[in-house]
Every structure is written in structure tokens, then in C-alpha cells.
Design a protein around this ligand. Sequence first.
Ligand SMILES: [Zn+2]
Length: 258
Amino acid sequence: MTAFLVVLLGLAIGSFLNVVIGRLRSGETGWRSRSHCPECRTILRPSELVPLVSFLLLRGKCRSCKKPISWQYPAVEFSTAALFLLAYVLRAPLLGPDGSGTLLVLLRDWFFISVLTVVFVVDLRDMVVFDSVTLPAAAIAFLANVALGAKPLSLLGAAAIGGGFFLLQYAISRGRWIGGGDIRIGAMMGMMLGFPHVLLALFAAYIGGALVALSLLAAGKAKWSGQMAFGTFLSAATVLALFFGQPVVNAYASLLGY
Ligand SMILES: [Zn+2]
């Protein structure tokens, strides 16, 4: 029953994230403006705002202008619900008699998933990273992790590693390899993951980025000079490190004899 409610919550938040992504990409500021078709501006009916269901009933087309609705909408709704459920399944066994500590972990994870989903999609579609997303998220991640017992200095160190890693590349290449937004993502990753998980996420992002770049090159869909939306890989790797980082870190530590 609870798992079902978590999925419904994830679908609702995913639907909200689509609105946030739409507003960020279009530069619209009015949060009160009603949801509309980006092509013909027709105001959507309440029945057209139901996550996943509306997309299926409309068969992926706007009721009015029949233009295709972006796959982003169902994809974000589905993946947010799936990741919310994953976080719940992984954290629920830690539930104590009062459950309070775990609830904060879960809320923190859901917040991270939401932020990282926005960064993932916006960078993928526009190759842009918004500081209005990453900077507040980094601050909230810091406060949440300190509330959960992380050492402030350790988090700041992890943020310096994540941000410094990109700052270095930015300085060496004079901004040709990566954008300034990646520096802020690196710092945010440090605040979210702490040390040494931030290193794991950076490593995973580079492996993932290299694999995707090589397969795109092999398929003839990209050129060597082509730019990559690296924030997309960084946010995916952060989610992976958040949920599956600990076993890897443990295995590596035992390998080194700690
Ligand atoms: Zn339309």
C-alpha cells in the first residue's frame, strides 16, 4: 500500500518537474500561468494533466493542434516514480521504531532525485545548466546532510574536490572543454554525496560519457568535435553513487586493506 502511494507521489512530482523544466527552458517566469501546449498554446484540461495516463489517452498528440507531445513528459513522470520507489525500497529497511531519521533520509533522496532529474533533462535538451537550480540545491544538500550527521568540513571538502576538478579543466582549456555550469554541478555533487562517493560519481560519469560518445561516433551520429551534455552524465552518476556507492566504496576499502 505504501509503495503504491510512493509511486503516485513520484508521478505527481515528476509532472511538477516537467513544469519546472518547461519554465526554465522557455524562460517564462509566471508560475501562475496555466499549463498549455507549447505549440498552439491551448490551455490543458484537468483530464490532460494526469501523469502518464493523459499521454497514453492522447496518444502522444495535442488535442487541438495534433502536434506530437514530447517524450520528455511521460519519461520524466515514469523515471521520477521509479526512482522514488527505488529510494523507498532501499531506505525502508533502515526504518527505526520511530522512523524519524529514515524519513529525513528519504525526503533528502527524493529532493536529490528531483533536482538531478531537472539538471539531466535541461542539459540533455539545451546543453545549459542553471545556477538557479544547482546553487540552492547545493545549499539544501549541505544542510540536510549535516542534519543527518555528516561533518560540515568533510562535505565542504567533497564540494571543493567536485568543483575544483572542473575548475581545473575549465582553467586549462579556457572554457573550451567544459562549461562553467559543470563547476557548480561538481560542487553540488560533493554536497550531496560527500567523500569518497563524489570521486566514484565523477569516475562513473566519465566512463558513461566515454561509452556513449564512442557508440555515437561508431554509429556515425556524432563528430569528434561535437559537444556533450556532461551535466546529464554527472546527474545520472550522482543518482547511482547515492544508492549504490556504499558497496563499491566498501569493496575498494577492503581491497586496500582498510
Ligand atoms: Zn497544441
